[in-house]
Design a binder for this molecule. Structure first.
Ligand code: UGA
Length: 444
C-alpha cells in the first residue's frame, strides 16, 4: 500500500480553501496555511469566508474527521507536509497589466527557509510562463534541504459556483514536473481523483503554466466572439441569441461559453488575458496574442452598450431616473464582485446621475463595501419599486422566476434590459413590458 503524503495548502482564499477541504474529505491529512489570521480563525471555526455551494458542509465534515487543521505558521507547515500546494492569489498589479507575483514569491520564500527534508512544492496559482523555473531556483537556493526540494506545477481549472465538483472530478489534470519522483508524488497525492478515470497530462513546467492561461484566453475569446457577433446583430436587426443557438449545433464549435450578453468578469478571465498579453510582449512574441487586447475591448464595449440601452430607454438621459439593477456578482452562484460587469454598469449609471437600486441574492455585503454610493434593496421586487428601467445584470435563477406581471405592478415604467439573455422575452412582452436585450432585435 502506498503511504499517503501529508499535504499543506499555502493560501486559503478561494482556491486554497476549496483544495484543502476537498483533499481532507478525500482522506488526506491536510494543514491549511495563511498569513491572514482572521481567515485561519474563521476556517478553524467551521466558517467558509466566501459563498460556494456545498463547501460549508464539506468543511464541517473535514474538521470533524480530524484530518484538516489550519495555521499561520510556516515552520509548522514545513515540518508537517510532504507535498506543499501554493494556492495564493496573483491579482493584476496596480497600474499595470502584469500579474502581481508578490504573494507567490513571499509564500515560496517563507516556506523554503524551513524545508529541511525532502519535499515537493506544487504551484497551483495562475502565473506568467517562466515563473515556475524562477521559483525552482529560489527553492534550491533557500531551502536547507537544497536539491531534495523539488518544484512541480499543477494548474487549477475550477470555476466558482462549481468549485467542489471541479476539484473532486476535474475534466483533466496537468502535472508539470522535472523528475519521475515529482510525477509519482503528484499521482499519489491525486490518487482518489485519478482513480475516477480523470485524464492526466504530464509535461514540463512551462507548458503546465501555459495550459492555464491558454485555456482562460480561449474561453474569453469564445465569449467575446459571440459578443462581437452581437454588435453585428445590433447593426443589422439580426438576433444573436438565435445565431448562438444555431452555431452551437456544430459540435466543433459547441454551445458552452457561447452565451452572449454583458460579457466576462471576475478575478480570473479579465486579469489573465491582460497578464498573458503583457508576458508575451516581454518575451518578444506579443504579436502572437495581440488579439487578446481586442477580446478585452469587445468585452468592455458590452458594458458600455448596456449603459447606452438603459439611457435610451430613459429617453436619452438617466439623471434623476430610478434604475433597478438586478445582480451584482460577476456571475450567479457566487458572491464575488471582482471586476463584476454588473457593478460596473450600476456604478456608471450612478455616476451619470441615476438613482440606482441594487439587489443580488449573495453579493450584497461585498457590493456595499466597495460601492457604498449605491442604494440596496432586500429583494428584486423592492429594487424594482418605482423604477423607470429594470436592468438584469447577473443571471441568478431567482431572476428567471420573477413573475413579469408582479414586477410590472410595482415599477413606474415597465421597461427592462436583459443584460444576460436570461428571461423569456415573449412572457415579459405579454405582461406589457418593453423588453430589450443586447444583440436582439427591437420588437414593437
Ligand atoms: C474561470 C474558468 O472558467 C475556470 O476554468 C478557471 O479555473 C477560473 O476562471 C480561474 O482561472 O480560476 P470563473 O472565473 O469562476 O472561472 O468563471 P466562469 O464560469 O469562467 O465565468 C467567467 C465570466 O464569463 C462570468 O462573468 C460569466 O458571466 C461570463 N460568461 C461565461 C459569459 O459571459 N458567457 C458565457 O457563455 C460564459
Amino acid at each position: 500500500m502506498t503511504i499517503r503524503p501529508r499535504l499543506t495548502v499555502i493560501g486559503t482564499g478561494y482556491l486554497g480553501a476549496t483544495h484543502a477541504i476537498c483533499m481532507a474529505v478525500m482522506g488526506f491529512e491536510v494543514l491549511g496555511v495563511d498569513v491572514d489570521a482572521s481567515k485561519i480563525e474563521k476556517l478553524s471555526a467551521g466558517a467558509v469566508p466566501f459563498f460556494e455551494p456545498g463547501l460549508p458542509e464539506l468543511l464541517t465534515k473535514a474538521l470533524e474527521s480530524g484530518r484538516l487543521r489550519f495555521s499561520t505558521d510556516f515552520q509548522e507547515a514545513a515540518a508537517f507536509g510532504d507535498v506543499h500546494f501554493i494556492c495564493v492569489g496573483t491579482p493584476q498589479a496596480a497600474g499595470s497589466e502584469a500579474a502581481d507575483l508578490r504573494y507567490v514569491d513571499s509564500a515560496v520564500t517563507t516556506l523554503a527557509r524551513h524545508l529541511t527534508r525532502r519535499a515537493l512544492v506544487v504551484g497551483k496559482s495562475t502565473v506568467p510562463v517562466g515563473t515556475a523555473a524562477r521559483l525552482a531556483g529560489l527553492l534550491r537556493e533557500l531551502a536547507p534541504a537544497g536539491d531534495a526540494v523539488e518544484l512541480a506545477w499543477n494548474p487549477e481549472f475550477l470555476r466558482e459556483g462549481f468549485a467542489v465538483d471541479d476539484t473532486m472530478k476535474p475534466d483533466r489534470m496537468v502535472f508539470g514536473v522535472t523528475s519521475d519522483w515529482a510525477e509519482q508524488q503528484l499521482r499519489t497525492a491525486f490518487e482518489p481523483v485519478l482513480a475516477q478515470g480523470v485524464p492526466v497530462k504530464v509535461t514540463d513546467l512551462q507548458t503546465a503554466e501555459l495550459v492555464k492561461v491558454a485555456a482562460n484566453s480561449f474561453l474569453a475569446t469564445k465569449i467575446s466572439y459571440i459578443n462581437a457577433m452581437a454588435e453585428i446583430c445590433e447593426a443589422t436587426g439580426a438576433d444573436v441569441h438565435d445565431l448562438a443557438e444555431a452555431l452551437a449545433y456544430d459540435e466543433r464549435i459547441g454551445g458552452r461559453f457561447l452565451r452572449p450578453g454583458l460579457g466576462f468578469g471576475g478575478g480570473c478571465l479579465p486579469k489573465d488575458i491582460r497578464a498573458f498579453a503583457h508576458r508575451a510582449e516581454e518575451l518578444g512574441v506579443g504579436q502572437a496574442v495581440g488579439f487578446l487586447r481586442e477580446i478585452d475591448g469587445i468585452n468592455r464595449r458590452r458594458r458600455a452598450r448596456t449603459v447606452d440601452l438603459v439611457v435610451e430607454l430613459c429617453g436619452g438621459d438617466v439623471a434623476g431616473k430610478r434604475i433597478a439593477a438586478l445582480g451584482a456578482a460577476f456571475k450567479p452562484n457566487s458572491d464575488d464582485i471582482r471586476d463584476a460587469p454588473a457593478l460596473d454598469v450600476a456604478a456608471t449609471l450612478h455616476r451619470m446621475g441615476a438613482d440606482v437600486v441594487v439587489y443580488d441574492p449573495a453579493a450584497m455585503d461585498n457590493a456595499r463595501r466597495v460601492h457604498p454610493e449605491l442604494c440596496y434593496a432586500t429583494n428584486a421586487l423592492d429594487a424594482a419599486r418605482d423604477a423607470d428601467v429594470v436592468v438584469l445584470l447577473t443571471e441568478w435563477n431567482e431572476f428567471r422566476e420573477i413573475e413579469p406581471s408582479a414586477m410590472a405592478a410595482v415599477v413606474r415604467r415597465a421597461k427592462i434590459v436583459d443584460g444576460r439573455h436570461a428571461l423569456v422575452p415573449a412572457s415579459w412582452r405579454a405582461a406589457g413590458w418593453e423588453y430589450r436585450a443586447l444583440g436582439r432585435p427591437i420588437v414593437p
